[in-house]
Design a protein. Structure first.
Length: 398
């Protein structure tokens, strides 16, 4: 019951303690702004969820420059390019030569650990493993965040502003009335069959492989654990795939373009559906959305985590203005600024996805046309530079 809840107040209430919510809390604290962060998941559960691992250069700079992580350089792997494999060969996109930037291979789980450690180090109020989360009064001057903590104690936190950074199934997003939002959505007719394998790296950089048999991506995690994907039907059953069958499929696809993979025991496998989603605007009343709560992209362009970090970099600036001024006008500025990057990332992710994947009913013409498009990109300095700039992340300072 509400009467039995512990009542308190903060400046910013944040739902979601993934990288977006924790980075926002960290940036706000650096500006002298208090926040309370809650998440339904335990810290251990988040740490054990394997997600994307490619950081744009600005994302790396944000982690290092704000004192979150020094090990991103020590334990990560700098990548100065990627390989596009198609038509029987392989073609390198040289990021450094084309745009003077790089990406960093650094798993999202490590980004989360660094941020969680930083908030704990700095005395941040972060509650993992909560239940019964709800937000209310979002168009009032004092919105409320309610939850039950891991010890079973109920809380009612009044705030100046609330932030939904609670992922693609966001409960905060649902609080925005239908008449006050526009949603854009696309589902794709394929998915990724993803594996983790105990094996040495198969290549020094990522390989994006196009073949008549379907797309494959050769990535990596560490020197001993690798991440690989191949295009599949969204309804594919992982239980139907033995290790031998998986390796045969991957080797066949990359072998068409001259590559051979290092094999090992497969320790994890999952099917990842492909969706694109955007909700506009990214605010309503005193509630703001960030990261996957506001938008999702297919993983082909490695934009999901980077967009979330780019969101909260802008949001921290605008929330500081909003708190100082005591009004909601900066929230509209945040939405406009963030959405410009979001739609650029949607286009890039869609372009990479449709250029590299084989549609279920593709004709031989369709496959050859894709090879022509890939040849046009790799054979043109301008085309390669566009890919390099978009992949490494439309820099703020470069």
């Amino acid at each position: 019951m509400t009467s039995s809840r512990i009542r308190s107040r903060t400046q910013i209430g944040i739902v979601g303690a993934g990288p977006a919510g924790l980075m926002l809390s960290h940036l706000l604290a650096r500006a002298g702004i208090d926040s309370v962060v809650v998440d339904l998941r335990s810290r251990r559960e988040i740490e054990q969820t394997h997600r994307a691992g490619i950081l744009e250069q600005d994302s790396v700079d944000l982690l290092v420059g704000t004192g979150v992580s020094a090990r991103v350089h020590r334990d990560g792997h700098r990548h100065d390019g990627i390989e596009l494999a198609f038509g029987g060969g392989s073609h390198r996109i040289d990021f450094q030569h084309l745009v003077g930037a790089s990406t960093q291979l650094y798993p999202q789980t490590d980004v989360f650990i660094d941020l969680a450690d930083a908030r704990e180090r700095d005395g941040g109020d972060v509650r993992f493993g909560v239940t019964d989360v709800s937000v209310d009064d979002i168009v009032s001057d004092s919105p409320v965040l309610r939850f039950t903590d891991a010890d079973g104690v109920g809380h009612e936190v009044r705030a100046d502003f609330l932030v939904g950074a609670d992922g693609s199934r966001s409960l905060c997003r649902r609080e925005v009335p239908e008449a006050a939002r526009t949603q854009y959505f696309r589902a794709y007719p394929f998915a990724w069959f993803g594996i983790l394998t105990e094996a040495p790296p198969s290549a020094p950089e990522l390989i994006y492989n196009h073949s008549p048999g379907g797309f494959a991506l050769i990535s990596r995690r560490t020197e001993t654990v690798q991440r690989m994907y191949f295009q599949c039907d969204p309804a594919e059953d992982t239980a139907a795939w033995s290790d031998d069958r998986i390796w045969d499929e991957l080797q066949s696809r990359v072998g068409a373009n001259g590559h051979r993979l290092e094999e090992g025991p497969i320790i994890s496998k999952a099917v990842l559906p492909f969706r694109s989603f955007v909700q506009e605007p990214m605010h309503h009343g005193r509630l703001v959305l960030a990261g996957d709560a506001a938008h999702t992209v297919p993983p082909t362009g490695a934009k999901g985590l980077n967009l979330a970090l780019a969101d909260v970099r802008v949001l921290a600036q605008e929330l500081e203005r909003a708190v100082t001024r005591g009004d909601i006008a900066p929230l509209a500025s945040y939405s406009e600024r963030a959405l410009r990057r979001v739609w650029k990332a949607q286009h890039f992710s869609y372009w990479m996805t449709t250029m590299l994947h084989t549609l279920p009913e593709a004709t031989p013409f369709d496959v050859r046309r894709q090879e022509g498009e890939l040849a046009a990109v790799t054979g043109s300095t301008a085309g390669s530079a566009y890919l390099a700039e978009a992949y490494t992340g439309w820099p703020q300072g470069r």
